[in-house]
Design a protein around this ligand. Structure first.
Ligand code: ADP
Ligand code: MG
Length: 235
């Protein structure tokens, strides 16, 4: 860990609908260091997803700046922001969004076909422990396996950052561990900077740093002296 690869500075986000204003973020600062595993905790509605989406170029801040390596994303036009996201960011969401009529391999290949320097789909699937499931359709896979296909799809383009929004939210804890193990392995093996939003405070120990959100701000930052592996978490 050394340089910040991501810097959000004084980021605010307000949603307006008629007379109603919702401040999703109120002047948040967040640096993510290259190669780090960060966990984002906090109650529902505290702004975690909004910040992740802004950092990954899915959404825009109302105020403040977002920088990625030497790129200042804040004023990028939409087309350039989309290109940044495609080249550098892998997203994983709570629901896997796989295409039901395509096999695991084909779901990953959809992304590798449009990437600049992809790994073969079979390599990405094998990294998440699915080398024996490549020809299965989503309906033939468990929830945890489907989520691992989604992770394979996200990493196959070799992104520099992996942003995961409640990746274990729909899974039981045993299956969730396999998903976290996949993220942990990718982070350790490739040094992919990773941020994971979760409601499960139990998994905070798998991160280098833990950020706690409250009412649109980060109220606490905790550094783990000893980061443990997901399989060693006591649930
Ligand atoms: P979290 O991920 O921590 O649950 P969010 O970032 O999703 O929180 O939401 C933060 C706040 O912004 C909440 O009050 C939520 O209702 C509001 N919000 C999020 N997205 C929208 C939107 N598209 N339109 C209006 N309000 C939104
Ligand atoms: Mg959320």
């Amino acid at each position: 860990m050394s340089q910040p690869i991501f810097s959000a500075h004084d980021v605010s986000k307000v949603y307006r609908s008629g007379e109603v204003e919702v401040w999703a973020l109120r002047g948040v600062d967040l640096d993510l260091f290259e190669g780090e595993m960060a966990v984002l905790l906090g109650p529902s509605g505290s702004g975690k997803s909004t910040l992740l989406n802004i950092m990954g170029g899915l959404d825009r801040a109302s105020a403040g700046t977002v920088r990625f390596a030497d790129q200042e994303l804040t004023d990028y036009p939409d087309s350039r922001l989309t290109r940044f996201r495609r080249d550098h960011v892998g997203f994983v969401f709570q629901f896997y969004n796989l295409i039901p009529s395509l096999t695991a391999w084909e779901n990953v290949a959809l992304v590798t076909e449009i990437s600049r320097d992809p790994m073969p789909p079979e390599e990405a699937l094998s990294l998440v422990g699915l080398d024996k499931r490549m020809d299965h359709f989503p309906s033939q896979l468990s929830g945890g396996e489907q989520q691992r296909v989604a992770i394979a799809r996200a990493i196959a383009k070799r992104p520099q950052v992996l942003l995961c929004d409640e990746p274990t939210g729909a899974l039981d804890s045993k299956t969730g561990i396999l998903v976290l193990e996949a993220l942990d392995r990718i982070n350790r093996e490739f040094g992919t900077t990773t941020a994971v939003i979760t409601h499960n405070a139990g998994i905070r120990e798998i991160a280098h740093r833990v950020f706690t959100f409250q009412d649109g701000g980060i109220t606490q930052m905790h550094v783990n002296e000893r980061r443990i592996r997901p399989q060693d978490v006591v649930w």
